[in-house]
Design a protein around this ligand. Structure first.
Ligand SMILES: Cc1cc2nc3c(=O)[nH]c(=O)nc-3n(C[C@H](O)[C@H](O)[C@H](O)COP(=O)(O)OP(=O)(O)OC[C@H]3O[C@@H](n4cnc5c(N)ncnc54)[C@H](O)[C@@H]3O)c2cc1C
Length: 462
């Protein structure tokens, strides 16, 4: 049947076959680190791009285009002759047969491996309340950022005639005061105060209410007391309402319900909610752990050996956001350094050199932007804030953005947004806003009534 061919990814009998799952920071850097190795490498991802997640919020708020932060993986690796890039959702990893089974649009591919690097990352966690996702999308993928872009740009507010309903359209709630939440809240405040001036006739965007909520009692808690307080001060100065020790207990289309530290509940009427709290590792982690006879941690991450291998399987590496080791955070340097470590181990084994060395993480610090020209950075014992931190942020992101042409165009877009007040990438479509929930509903309908959703040729409703 067309579209349902089972194939086995070809491999010559002698070459060492490496399969990498994921083209994010872990997967891409692992593949690159093996570019000169005598291996036959297959990189599988459910998307066609390598996504620079730290700049997703800039796609959502119209600063950058999705192409600038998500170049095609096969283009990045085009000169790497030992590597084949495959589109596919990995569904099964069989540790006994040493195979990875993936599907793409009905085509199933089975890839055999001698070494496996699993870097499938993490998704949003709603802490057991997955129903919140319908109304408060997370920010993990290009689709998420484009959906948020469509939700953020106020079109419905211009149509609203009821003042109370208008307030709800002009209220934005960001859940989670980590770097992503702070960056989103700061950008929405900036959009409303600077960028959208003069765009609307029935309301003034400067009256927008931006609420940043967290169950914790600090913003950017992982940056330490001084920078956390600085960030709070900056956010409040920009008009962001920061509400701490506030736990989200319900989310619906029209608002959000919050429980404060004293146990009391209140409601915020807000049409646009953004979920930037909590992550859960890829479900592939659970699959690996079950086969290896171990348990994942609370975030679904796989406890790995000090050399990043799966216990009992020295041929399988789990890296990046999927691994649990020594409390290392889910940040890109952990994924990149882990990827290089796994590649070194594979090369060592292939040339009969000693392998199994423990992974040593070099912490290069962390940074978060609050708005244009304002950021915080923590590098070893140095704490930076304000313009200097923002310059450091700019330099680091320019260096790490993949592909020279992306750096060039990103710089141009930053100039438009930071020196001027414009946003070059505001285009969004209704389809981007409704596609996620529409597809989910269709899948549910198909599961319950398989015939109900099939279009009939010649039907009147075509
Ligand atoms: C909004 C946001 C902002 C961030 N900001 C920062 C920051 O400022 N600094 C920082 O250091 N870190 C930041 N991070 C964290 C950083 O992006 C991650 O730690 C890093 O991406 C982890 O790399 P990874 O390779 O483990 O996973 P990812 O980069 O997430 O890559 C996982 C890949 O696996 C693919 N995949 C998943 N499941 C499957 C499957 N079943 N089949 C096939 N493919 C699959 C995905 O499509 C994806 O390409 C941010 C993350 C987010 C979401």
């Amino acid at each position: 049947m067309p579209g349902h061919t089972d194939t086995v990814a070809s491999a010559s009998a002698s070459a060492h076959r490496v399969v990498v799952i994921g083209s994010g920071f872990g997967g891409l850097f692992a593949a690159k680190a093996l570019r000169r190795a005598d291996v036959e490498l297959t990189l599988i991802d459910r998307t066609m791009h390598h996504l620079f997640q730290p700049l997703l919020y800039q796609v959502a708020t119209g600063i950058l285009s999705e192409g600038e932060i998500a170049p095609p993986t096969r283009d990045i690796l085009r000169r790497q002759r030992n590597t084949r890039v495959l589109l596919g959702i990995v569904e099964t990893i069989d540790l006994t047969a040493r195979t990875v089974t993936s599907t793409a649009a009905g085509t199933t591919t089975v890839s055999r491996y001698d070494s496996l690097i699993v870097a499938a990352g993490a998704g949003s966690s709603y802490f057991g309340h997955d129903r919140f996702a319908e109304f408060a999308p997370g920010m993990k993928t290009v689709d998420d950022a484009l959906e948020l872009r469509g939700r953020i740009f106020y079109e419905m507010a211009e149509l609203e005639t009821d003042p109370l309903a208008l307030d709800a359209w002009l209220t934005f709630v960001v859940v989670g005061a980590g770097p992503t939440g702070v960056e989103m809240a700061g950008q929405i405040a900036e959009l409303s105060r600077r960028t959208l001036k003069g765009n609307f006739r029935s309301f003034d965007p400067r009256t927008t209410r931006v609420v940043l909520l967290d169950a914790d009692d600090a913003v950017l808690a992982s940056f330490g007391d001084k920078l956390s307080k600085h960030a709070l001060h900056e956010l409040e100065g920009m008009g962001v309402e920061v509400q701490l020790s506030a736990r989200v207990v319900e989310v619906d289309a029209r608002g959000i319900e919050v429980q404060d530290a004293d146990g009391s509940r209140r409601r915020i009427e807000a049409r646009t909610k953004i979920w930037a709290a909590g992550v859960a590792a890829s479900p592939l982690g659970r699959q690996l752990a079950e086969q290896a006879g171990i348990a994942v941690d609370r975030s679904g991450r796989v406890p790995v050996q000090p050399d990043l291998t799966l216990p009992g399987h020295s041929e399988v590496f789990v890296i990046g956001d999927m691994m649990a080791l020594d409390g290392l955070p889910g940040v890109s340097p952990v994924a990149i350094q882990g990827a290089r470590h796994a590649a070194r181990q594979i090369r060592a084994r292939m040339s009969d050199r000693p392998a199994g060395q423990p992974f040593r993480y070099v912490d290069k610090g962390s940074m978060a932007t609050i708005s244009r020209f304002r950021a915080v950075a923590s590098v070893k014992k140095i704490r930076l804030s304000g313009f200097v931190a923002w310059l450091a942020w700019l330099a680091v992101h320019l260096v790490y953005l993949t592909a020279f042409k992306n750096r060039f165009t990103a710089l141009a877009h930053w100039a438009v947004s930071f020196l001027g007040s414009g946003r070059s990438e505001r285009t969004s479509t209704w389809q981007q806003v409704v596609a996620r929930t529409g597809l989910q509903r269709l899948e549910q309908m198909e599961a319950s009534e398989p015939d109900a959703t099939r279009p009939e040729l010649g039907s009147k409703d075509r």
